[in-house]
Write a protein that binds this ligand. Structure first.
Ligand code: PXP
Length: 248
């Protein structure tokens, strides 16, 4: 079964809606780990719309400098993996050189998008990405590339030096039918056959995850929005109970 890495960006989205200090994604991360998360994932965006530099620093202290942190991919079986999603920019290179997350997932980033819209177009920027990945590898960092379920893109991801790919499950999540599932399956098989390690994610929820989790050879699933949404709903009774006690 794949490891479950929980993306906690949307805890920070709620905080930023009020520009206040709650809910705190660091506390959310701790509770997610108590709930059984194998990893914590955040996306540090250029515009810092949800996760910010303070969050990344504190998460790295919680996860990267504790005994339970997965320092390499190989120890994830008995520890918690910290994954940083980021754009391939100089600013992010500087940040990860200091933070050293267990896994970096390179994603495309557009200011106007609500969430990451598609895989990174590696064919369009092969030379730039090859050099970028070399710089990350020199710092002993492990790199995944978020990628569409497309053989050509996956082949180039391998050629530019990726250790992992994260297969974009968004099209399957939007149309969870056999055809889309086969597309994801074939992408995984192809990636594996050329020596890549395989993650998957985006748009996975309580209805469509089981079919993906059953596919062979997926190391990690990265899931955010549906879990944080569910947390709001399953937590609301208790939250109201606590306030009722104070207000009565
Ligand atoms: N994987 C990547 C690369 C992402 O950018 C995101 C969204 O931040 C996710 C997984 C999680 O997607 P979702 O929030 O739809 O579960």
């Amino acid at each position: 079964m794949p490891k479950l890495c929980i993306n906690i960006d949307h805890i920070a989205t709620v905080r930023e809606a009020r520009k206040t200090i709650e809910p705190d994604p660091i506390l959310g991360a701790k509770l997610a780990i108590e709930g059984g998360a194998d990893g914590i994932t955040v996306h540090l965006r250029e515009d810092r719309r949800h996760i910010n530099d303070r969050d990344v620093l504190l998460l790295s202290q919680l996860l990267c400098h504790s005994e339970s942190f997965a320092k390499t991919q190989d120890d994830i079986s008995n520890s918690v993996l910290f994954t940083l999603e980021m754009a391939a920019t100089d600013e992010m290179l500087e940040i990860v050189s200091k933070i050293k997350p267990g896994l970096i997932t390179l994603v495309p980033e557009k200011r106007q998008e609500l969430t990451t819209e598609g895989g990174l177009n590696v064919t369009g920027q092969k030379k730039y990405l090859t050099e970028y990945l070399e710089k990350l590898h020199k710092k002993n960092l492990t790199i995944s590339i978020f990628i569409n379920a497309d053989k050509e893109q996956i082949q180039i991801a391998k050629e530019i030096g990726a250790d992992f790919i994260e297969v974009h499950t968004g099209p399957y999540a939007e149309n969870p039918n056999d055809k889309e599932l086969s597309t994801v399956k074939e992408a995984i098989e192809f990636g594996k056959s050329i020596g890549l390690k395989i993650n998957a994610g985006h748009g996975l929820n309580y209805q469509n995850t089981a079919a993906i989790a059953k596919l062979p050879d997926i190391e990690q699933l990265h899931i955010g929005h549906s879990v944080i949404s569910r947390a709001v709903i399953v937590g609301i009774k208790e939250a109201v109970r606590e306030m009722k006690l104070l207000a009565s």
